[in-house]
Every structure is written in structure tokens, then in C-alpha cells.
Design a protein around this ligand. Structure first.
Ligand SMILES: [Zn+2]
Length: 441
């Protein structure tokens, strides 16, 4: 009897101390993406877990050590393509078992994320179908047909009107404020892009309020923009200075940004160019980041050149080539970004023009034309524009670049010269991006 009592007290103490250090799952979020399902466990601390699959029927089991469930799992029934239902049970020693009843075989990927500004500790579970991988034979025709039925997306153009709210930007002789005219131009561009087939606008600033520069590019990244375009009007002491300019991020700006991303990657839930940097070692992370930045820089420059080319047709340009500067708003490592100085608001003639809706329309149209020039030549994979290229009669040959491709290898494969390849795709150097569509001359 006595021994039993002591044992009971010990057990009680043990479970008490366990409970004291226990983590909890406070909520569960689920997103069904077209190609995968993501479950996010919001936890009170970082949790230890074990994951394994069971078959007949297909289940995925996650055992959490010393963890308590603080939320209901009832709401997840039957809503997802892969997950039939989610249930839980408490196991001895305070561990928690979560069971996903699945609709078929899946491939899981699980990883932990450290807290960021918006969220605390998270455990992310991605479920991918094994079906497509297993069943589609590696015959080219079949793969092509399969591709055809993938839903194609629009090219997303993030449009950012500079300044706003307490920051009026530059002010002209007649009192015109930069923040007002650039918003007006941005709205006109938004309307044009929304009418453009295969493109969709995302407005970053939608009214007269200020947004931090980092926040602007972060918003564009969150919206999965294919291009970020910031619209401004220039100013200078000398009122005669005039003309438009187009900027991209300077190399110096890019490398200081790379250092920042690497330093902060432990705390960041962001994917860069679709890759997670957090779980990579320093060297690999910096290589991946550099690859992503190089592609982004090239794309930024190419779009900027097209936009500048179009703007030259409607008015004077201040700089005849694309300019580089360390603008913070252009610092996304994986979203091509450009900044357009539409005109000098400090020049009274240009100020007047900037106020005219007709001229604002002209500016918006020429920016759109530049964007169109670029994306019709370089449609991102998976977009409607890329599909249109796919469906063109086979007079034109094209090559979608894979990881590890070089211009020389592609030239050899199609028995064309590297120079021919370069000029057919107006490449100024040999840098190509993964997924870039190259015309084969
Ligand atoms: Zn400005």
C-alpha cells in the first residue's frame, strides 16, 4: 500500500513537471494549393515530432513529444483533395498523436519554422501527390498532353505608386505633388494591365497613405508578382532638367541585400526563388541566393530596357540607358523590379504634362508596351503567355531551360551557334534563368 502511494505521488509529480514544460498546438491551418496541400501547426514552442505513414487505409501519423492539443480538428473534414479527416489522441507520457486519414498515397515533407513578425513557432507539413509522378509514363507526347491540362496562370504585375500619405514626394512649381500624379498613372496602368490577356495587375498602394519601402516589395513577393514596377516623378534643383529614366537595383545594392537575407534567413519563413534558405548551409544558401539574384537582375534589366525603349517614343528621356541605383524598394531577390521616373516634376513644362490625364495615359500605355514586349518573349513557366508559345505551330523551335543548362549546351543540342542563340533571344550575356523560354534560331 505504502509503496503504491509513493509511486502514485511520484507519477503525479512526474506528469505535473511534464505538463509544466509541455508545448501546445494552438491552431492548425490548411491550404489546398493546386499541386500540394499545406498544413501549418501553430505551436507554443518548438516541438519534437516523429512522422510515419501507414497503409490500407492510407494514413499519415505525426507523434509530438510532450505536446498538448489546444484546438479542435473537427473543421477539416472532407475539404481537401488529399486529406479526408484529421484526428488526435493522447498517448502515454504526454505525447500527442495526430493522424491524417488520406484519400490516397502522398509524399510528405515536414519542416519547422522559427517565429517571425506575424507568426510564432510553426511546424509545416506539405503533402504532395505521388500519383502524377508514378503514373504518367515518361513518354514525351503524354507529358505534353498532361501539361496542356494544367491550369495556366496570369503574369502578375505589381504596380507601386511611390510615396503617399505624409510623404508627398517631390513638389512642382505649380504645387503638383508626386504622390498624386504617380497614383493616377499607376491606376491607369492597372486598368490597362487588367485588360491585357494573360496578365493581372496587383496594386501595392491603393490610396493616399504611406507604405514602407520594404513592405512594398514584400507585398509584391507575397502576391507572387512576376514583375514589380515602382512609379515616380523626378526632381532636381535645375528646373530645366527633364525626361524620364528607368532604374534597376545596383550590384552593390544587390550584394548588401544578399548579406541581409543570409543573416536573417534563420528567422525568415520566406522562400527565395522557390527555395528555402533556412535549412541550407552557408555556402549552399549563398550560392542559391546568388543564382536567384542573377536571374532576377538580368530579367529586371531586360524589362527596364524594353520600358525605356517604349518611353523614348513618347517623350524625352533623361538617361538613354537603364540606370542602376540602390533603391530599397527594388531589393526583392526573386521578383524582377524596376523603378520608372516618369518625368521631372521640377520642370514646369513636364509638371503640366504630368497633370494631364492624356499624358498620364500615354505614359501608362508605353510602360505596358514595354512590359508586354518583355513577357511575350520571356513568359514565366506555367503562365497563359507561356502556353500560347507552346501552342504556336511548330515553325519556331523553343527550349525551356532546365537546371544546369548552359547556352553552349543548348546550342549544341539544337546544332546552332551560341551567337545565333544569343541574338535570337536578345541576350546581352550568357546568363540564363531556369525555366526561361529560349527561341531556337
Ligand atoms: Zn519619388
Amino acid at each position: 500500500m505504502k509503496m503504491n502511494k509513493i509511486a502514485a505521488i511520484l507519477l503525479l509529480l512526474l506528469s505535473f513537471s511534464l505538463q509544466a514544460g509541455q508545448a501546445s498546438i494552438n491552431s492548425l491551418r490548411l491550404w489546398s494549393a493546386p499541386d500540394h496541400t499545406r498544413l501549418v501547426f501553430d505551436t507554443s514552442a518548438s516541438v519534437q515530432h516523429k512522422i510515419f505513414s501507414l497503409t490500407k487505409p492510407e494514413r499519415l501519423v505525426i507523434d509530438f513529444t510532450n505536446t498538448r492539443l489546444n484546438t479542435s480538428l473537427a473543421g477539416f473534414k472532407g475539404k481537401d483533395r488529399y486529406v479526408r479527416s484529421i484526428r488526435s489522441s493522447t498517448r502515454n507520457g504526454g505525447s500527442l498523436r495526430i493522424v491524417l486519414d488520406l484519400k490516397g498515397r502522398i509524399k510528405p515533407k515536414i519542416f519547422a519554422l522559427a517565429p517571425n513578425r506575424e507568426y510564432g513557432h510553426r511546424l509545416v507539413l506539405d503533402l504532395f501527390s505521388t500519383k502524377n509522378i508514378a503514373r504518367v509514363p515518361v513518354k514525351k507526347e503524354v507529358v505534353k498532353q498532361y501539361k496542356k491540362y494544367q491550369p495556366a496562370r496570369d503574369v502578375v504585375i505589381a504596380i507601386d505608386a511611390g510615396h503617399g500619405g505624409e510623404d508627398p514626394g517631390a513638389i512642382g512649381t505649380y504645387g503638383t505633388r508626386e504622390k498624386d500624379v504617380v497614383l493616377s498613372i499607376a491606376r491607369k496602368l492597372e486598368a490597362l494591365v487588367s485588360r491585357e490577356k494573360g496578365m493581372r495587375p496587383v496594386m501595392i498602394r491603393t490610396g493616399d497613405y504611406y507604405l514602407g519601402l520594404r513592405k512594398r516589395s514584400a507585398m509584391a513577393r507575397r502576391k507572387k508578382a512576376d514583375l514589380f514596377i515602382s512609379i515616380h516623378a523626378d526632381a532636381f534643383r535645375n528646373k530645366r532638367v527633364q525626361g524620364s529614366s528607368v532604374y534597376t537595383l545596383s550590384n552593390r545594392g544587390a550584394s548588401s541585400e544578399a548579406a541581409r537575407w543570409l543573416a536573417e534567413r534563420e528567422n525568415s519563413a520566406d522562400l527565395v526563388g522557390g527555395v528555402e534558405l533556412k535549412d541550407k548551409d552557408d555556402v549552399l544558401a549563398s550560392v542559391l541566393l546568388d543564382l536567384s539574384q542573377t536571374g532576377t537582375r538580368q530579367a529586371s534589366h531586360d524589362v527596364a530596357a524594353k520600358v525605356l525603349g517604349r518611353m523614348r517614343r513618347i517623350g524625352k528621356v533623361h538617361h538613354t540607358s537603364v540606370q542602376k541605383a540602390g533603391f530599397a524598394v527594388l531589393k526583392s531577390p526573386d521578383v524582377p523590379s524596376i523603378l520608372v521616373e516618369t518625368a521631372f516634376i521640377s520642370n514646369p513644362t513636364e509638371e503640366k504634362r504630368l497633370r494631364s490625364h492624356q499624358h498620364q495615359n500615354k505614359l501608362a500605355k508605353s510602360i505596358l508596351s514595354g512590359i508586354r514586349d518583355y513577357f511575350h518573349r520571356n513568359p514565366p513557366p506555367g503562365t497563359l503567355l507561356a502556353q500560347r508559345l507552346d501552342h504556336k505551330p511548330a515553325i519556331q523551335r523553343k527550349h525551356v531551360t532546365n537546371r544546369g543548362d548552359t547556352l553552349a549546351m543548348i546550342a549544341k543540342q539544337y546544332q546552332v551557334s551560341v551567337n545565333g542563340l544569343r541574338s535570337a533571344n536578345s541576350l546581352s550575356n550568357d546568363v540564363i534563368r531556369i525555366g526561361q523560354v529560349l527561341q531556337i534560331p
